[in-house]
Design a protein around this ligand. Structure first.
Ligand code: 4AD
Ligand code: MG
Length: 462
């Protein structure tokens, strides 16, 4: 017989026929006549109840049906007699596929803390919360591709290994095959990277943007969706060293088109999840964050507030709020400032534009005031910055000038500069942090709990 998933069985309209189920035992209760076994296979948040008449099965076998063990059950799918479920399976045949010794299996009791579950990240997929989070993560990845595909954007694969480190987005991880104990040296005693694999120093990418721009300046609209790496030593609930980023880049878009796209994109993804991941969201709303659904609907229903950095600084200064980091024009906003604007002042997502040039990357379009650039950051409740982007500088001379001021060597980026030399056009783009999006949509408050295998300082166990 062909195996049916729990998802198929729970949705089944046809009853009273034999089915084959395989999955992991979540809980077991009952008395000395009958066992009620909740079996989950990860296809949905819910488990299905298997009813086993103890007279029909050897005691030695039933002893092995414990939390965490895997079983195969053949039996009739029937309308449930009990409360709490519509259907259940009356077991006719039961096989234990794999034991899970109750003395050793760490997921015994309900209600483990997320901190504890991080220590057993190899097993946390088997909990309701992480099942829900990773099913939603999958749905969002799918929705992102659907959104762009439906709108004529092309998925461009930008490199993970890169020789440029000019973006300035953060410290980079080096990639090398040189013997670190005895690296080859040149005459001046420095490491001789001409002998390295690529014949030059290389790193893991912090962003696919610069390469993405090359694509957009030929294909009109592209997006990247891949892993990015930052070797900053930031131990916060919102930073990981390896994260996934979605970076659309569009020719013929100014910053207003860019903001419109960012807002429409985020709302589409929230709506998609509300429509396609109802059961998982309801579970998270009940167990993890009681305000979750309300917050998601609220963001959908209201336009994002748009204002410039200078006006935001003014609001923060007038607020009278006590901040750990001082508010001053010219310095970067901290998460506490961003969250004040979003959660206390406007009570909705905010898109801030026109940041001081000094705190932003060289490629952002310079405003006529000579002080600010056409940056845009999207700030979200609970998260702070979820998107960072900008209109790009398309004038070669202005960009060269800025690179000089920032000590960025032109010869490293000659290929990037050529896009400004040959047929340059107005263009814009942004980067959405995939994990921060998932945090917002699931209500999970630590980024380590929305990526299957988190990479943080001093931690890469699983
Ligand atoms: O603001 P960032 O650094 O922007 C860029 O990298 C641009 N090249 C994007 C572009 O214009 N194409 O990063 C973009 C987003 C942030 O808003 C944040 O959501 C996320 O990436 N992010 C991180 N997420 C998790 N851990 C980290 N260490 C992150 N750093 C940035
Ligand atoms: Mg940023």
């Amino acid at each position: 017989m062909k195996r049916s998933t729990v998802k198929m069985l729970l949705a089944s309209r046809e009853l009273d026929h034999e089915v084959l189920l395989k999955g992991w035992v979540r809980t077991r209760r009952g008395n000395n006549q009958v066992a009620f076994i909740a079996v989950n296979d990860g296809t949905v948040i819910h488990s299905i109840q298997v009813v086993a008449d103890l007279d029909a099965f050897p005691e030695a076998l039933m002893k092995r049906v414990t939390t965490g063990s895997s079983i195969s059950v053949t039996g009739k799918l029937v309308a449930s007699q009990g409360k709490g479920q519509r259907v259940e399976i009356l077991a006719r045949e039961l096989i234990v596929l794999g034991d899970a010794d109750p003395e050793e299996y760490p997921l015994q009791k309900k209600g483990h803390s997320f901190e504890f579950l991080r220590e057993i990240a190899h097993l946390r997929f088997r909990t309701n919360t992480f099942g829900a989070v990773f099913r939603i993560r999958h749905s969002l990845a799918f929705a992102i591709h659907k959104y762009f595909n439906d709108r004529g954007f092309f998925y461009l694969h930008t490199p993970i290994i890169t020789a440029s480190d000019a973006e300035g987005a953060g410290a980079m991880f080096k990639v090398t095959t040189l013997d670190l104990n005895e690296p080859p040296r040149n005459d001046s005693g420095a490491i001789d990277f001409t002998q390295d694999f690529f014949g030059r120093p290389t790193n893991l990418t912090v962003s696919g943007q610069l390469e993405g721009e090359l694509g957009a300046l030929a294909l009109s609209s592209i997006y990247t969706f891949g892993p990015t790496f930052r070797a900053e030593n930031s131990n916060t609930p919102r930073h990981v060293a390896e994260f996934w980023m979605i970076e659309p880049e569009m020719a013929f878009y100014d910053i207003h088109d860019n903001m419109d796209l960012a807002e429409d994109f985020l709302k589409y993804l929230i709506k998609y999840t509300l429509e396609h991941c109802q059961d998982d969201l309801e579970f998270l709303n009940k167990m993890v964050d009681k305000g979750l659904m309300e917050r998601l609907r609220f963001v959908l229903e209201h336009p994002f507030e748009r204002m410039n950095y200078t006006a935001a600084i003014h609001i923060l200064k007038q607020s009278g709020a006590k901040f750990e980091f001082p508010v001053a024009w010219g310095s970067d906003l901290q998460a506490e400032h961003e969250r004040y604007l979003v959660e206390k002042h406007f009570k909705r997502p905010v898109i801030l534009t026109d940041y001081p040039a000094e705190i932003k990357a060289f490629y952002m379009k310079q405003n006529d005031d000579g002080k600010t650039v056409r940056a845009m950051d999207v700030l979200f409740p609970m998260i702070g910055e979820i998107i960072g982007g900008s209109q790009r500088e398309e004038e070669l001379g202005k960009m060269q000038q800025r690179m000089k001021e920032m000590n960025i060597p032109e010869d490293e980026l000659w290929w990037y500069l050529e896009t400004r030399k040959f047929g340059t056009v107005e263009h814009s783009g942004f980067g959405l942090g995939f994990e921060r999006l998932i945090m917002f949509i699931t209500g999970m408050s630590n980024i380590r709990d929305v990526i299957p295998f988190p990479r943080t300082p001093k931690s890469a166990e699983f």
